[in-house]
Design a protein around this ligand. Structure first.
Ligand code: GLN
Length: 449
């Protein structure tokens, strides 16, 4: 099969599924044309001719990029994110732009202006979020791999809900240039796929230093795939007792325990540890992430690009009306929360306090990782919930992130790997590693696969 044929079939298949799944906001109509070039030029990269789904908060030159918001409904980027340049150089084909929660704020894709995606395992359930479109597209077999972003769990939670593998690398491992900013101190691009090997290949392609992103690391990028190993002998695994969160589905606990037993049989040691500050992680995350978001989203003003309100009399009305009409409720909630937390009267009590508690929490995580190679636990407390179940209850939705937020606060690499079923729906085991030890995370997942 030629790359051109594969791309054409992929696009056709996505379109056939779209009415049911709504995994893509924009399909790349030029995919076959792009693939033709790969055929003609004999590009021999590690991803030559492989169609990949791209979360629609990653900018793509000449392909509409919306961040699932009305405010960017017509945004046509004039450049591509660094990760897209790297994918193209490796021969990958952009299959199209996948659905997400508006500006990646959410855990279900229900805040998308373009409607929710559904979980291919059960169409009445959410695919998780915010990278729910990417996860569902992979689970449904529309693409072998997809890029997601993870600020507080947006790769791992949907990976768990869709029964696939997903990895958020160490903060700084992948360039954020051209990734629509949500919370810059937490955001990272990562990969989702059914097989661990495929994510390993893609992460090696997209990782590395970028002069456009001063937070990107200069550390050399390993060939994760070539170095995959199932040898768990002598690996020290820590299981924080606070990860056994109240309200966790019993079958989630059961499946995670089974996975831990399997690692013991492979020669790993498993011990319980404590992360006492975890109980504050959700509050800390929502103060910090919303504060950064309120600042990052100031650029959407109806003047430079995107949605512009009509019939306005002056510049102030242009700003106010464009933002009022262009942003959805969840984004407005975050902007208000963040603006408040950063305001003169509230700064010390909210933003500063949250930043201090984050520092304490990072120390706790790093202390555990001095004595252990990996931290493990469930990726989520329950399997995929019903569409509509939590959408009117922001706190219930936020609490859903309790297990994934720690890795973002501490900037650590973390993955979710399939680990059995609960109520017939997939469950994920979460694997967190030391900074830049993505290989250890991949290997542990590979051993279980
Ligand atoms: N669910 C979290 C939030 O709504 C995480 C989102 C993300 O990782 N992008 O902020």
């Amino acid at each position: 099969i030629t790359a051109e044929d594969l791309a054409a079939q992929t696009v056709e298949n996505i379109k056939a599924n779209e009415k049911q799944l709504n995994t893509f906001i924009t399909v790349n109509e030029k995919a076959a044309e792009d693939a033709k070039k790969v055929d003609a030029e004999g590009i021999n990269g590690p991803l030559a001719g492989i169609p990949i789904g791209i979360k629609d908060n990653i900018v793509t030159n000449g392909l509409k990029t919306t961040a699932a918001s009305k405010i960017l409904y017509n945004f046509m980027p004039v450049y591509s994110a660094t990760v897209m340049e790297k994918l193209a150089a490796a021969g990958a084909i952009d299959a199209g732009k996948t659905n997400l929660d508006e500006f990646a704020m959410g855990s279900s894709t229900e805040t998308s202006f373009y409607g929710t995606s559904v979980n291919p395992w059960d169409f009445s359930r959410v695919p998780g979020g915010s990278s729910g479109g990417s996860a569902a597209a992979v689970a449904a077999g529309e693409v072998v791999a997809a890029l997601g972003t993870d600020t507080g769990g947006s790769i791992r939670q949907p990976a768990a809900f869709n029964g696939i593998f997903g990895i958020k690398p160490t903060y700084g491992r992948v360039s954020r240039w051209g990734v629509i900013a949500f919370a810059s101190s937490l955001d990272q691009v990562g990969v989702m796929s059914k097989r661990v090997e495929d994510s390993a290949t893609v992460l090696s392609v997209i990782a590395g230093h970028d002069e456009h992103d001063s937070t990107s690391s200069e550390k050399e990028v390993p060939d994760y795939r070539a170095n995959l190993s199932k040898d768990m002998h002598g690996v020290k695994i820590a299981v924080p007792k606070e990860f056994w969160h109240e309200g966790t589905h019993p079958d989630v606990l059961d499946n995670v325990n089974k996975a831990l037993e399997a690692y013991k049989k492979m020669g790993a040691t498993v011990e319980e540890v404590s992360l006492p500050t975890l109980k504050h992680a959700v509050e800390v995350y929502y103060v910090l992430a919303s504060s950064e978001a309120s600042s990052n989203l100031q650029r959407y003003d109806g003047v430079r690009y995107g949605y512009r309100a009509k019939d306005v009399k002056n510049i102030k009305d242009l700003f106010v009306n464009s933002r009022s009409e262009g942003f959805g409720d969840e984004v407005k909630r975050r902007i208000m929360l963040g603006t408040f937390a950063l305001s003169a009267g509230a700064y010390d009590a909210y933003f500063k306090k949250a930043a201090e508690v984050r520092t304490i929490f990072i120390e706790e995580m790093n202390n555990v990782l001095k004595d252990y190679d990996l931290i493990m636990g469930p990726s989520t407390t329950t399997p995929a919930f019903k569409i509509g179940e939590k959408v009117d209850d922001p706190l219930a939705m936020y609490m859903n992130d309790i297990l994934t937020i720690p890795a973002n606060l501490a900037g650590l690499p973390a993955a979710s790997v399939p680990a059995g079923l609960a109520d017939g729906l997939p469950v994920g085991l979460q694997i967190i590693g030391k900074p830049f030890a993505e290989q250890d995370v991949f290997n542990a997942a590979y051993a279980l696969q």
